[in-house]
Ligand binder design. Sequence first.
Ligand code: HPA
Length: 273
Amino acid sequence: MSEIMKSLESAVKVLGSRAALRPEIGIILGTGLSSLAEKIEVETSIPYGEIPGFPVSTVEGHAGNLVLGRISGRPVAVFQGRFHLYEGYSPQQIAFPIRALKAFGVNVLLESNAAGGLNPAYQVGDLVLITDHINLQGFNPLVGPNDENIGPRFPDMSEPYDRLLLDLARQTALREGIQLREGVYVGVLGPNLETRAEYRFLRMIGADLVGMSTVPEVIAAVHAGMRVFGVSVVTDRCLPDALKPVTFDEILAAAGKAEPSLTRLFLKLIESI
Ligand code: HPA
């Protein structure tokens, strides 16, 4: 058995020993977006440090627990806090928790993140369905030997974001009166925000949103055969010709403001998956 399969087996063993519940849906809560966790009927909350193979989260605003429980009656596994490349983790480390969830039986991954709005039609606080992405991080979690037990060497990326989940989210938002925009997310390495020239470039290559996460997780999830869905909260407007300085606190505050509608969307979506 490969090293990675052995590590995954150890992680799954710990997860299985800590809860009777077998989650069907994995959820990643982004920067400033942790309040969905309050809606979980918690069976157990496992600090990342107690799961073999998991890196430990260091960023402000990220709690660092895997919560197993139920939301709207459905068994879920919620990552409270995520791992970013800019923290110094390797792409493989970032992929590990996703692969562990898949090995634990989770087939659907719901992603959320705080992102900059490149599309001039977006306002701060908007919720945007991620319909596609561009990997501009200079990293890929699939680099290195490939274990066919996890997924194929050359995974298809023609539809990384699941069409049925996107449709379900559109219907849910319409029914709930939640305004949802749609766009392409470009993943950058960070940790600095972009220069004006970089924002101009990112807009020109076809991106609507920019952020420092999500893409490696989605690649790992698609590789492993999971159905993926993602929503960004626009926390700052990235308009190269009218750019204002922005602080991390402002980004957190903007994410916090949009949190109630994001939480409502996720709750209703989980009900109907
Ligand atoms: N750039 C990159 N990541 C971000 C931004 C941004 O402007 N806003 C929130 N996350």
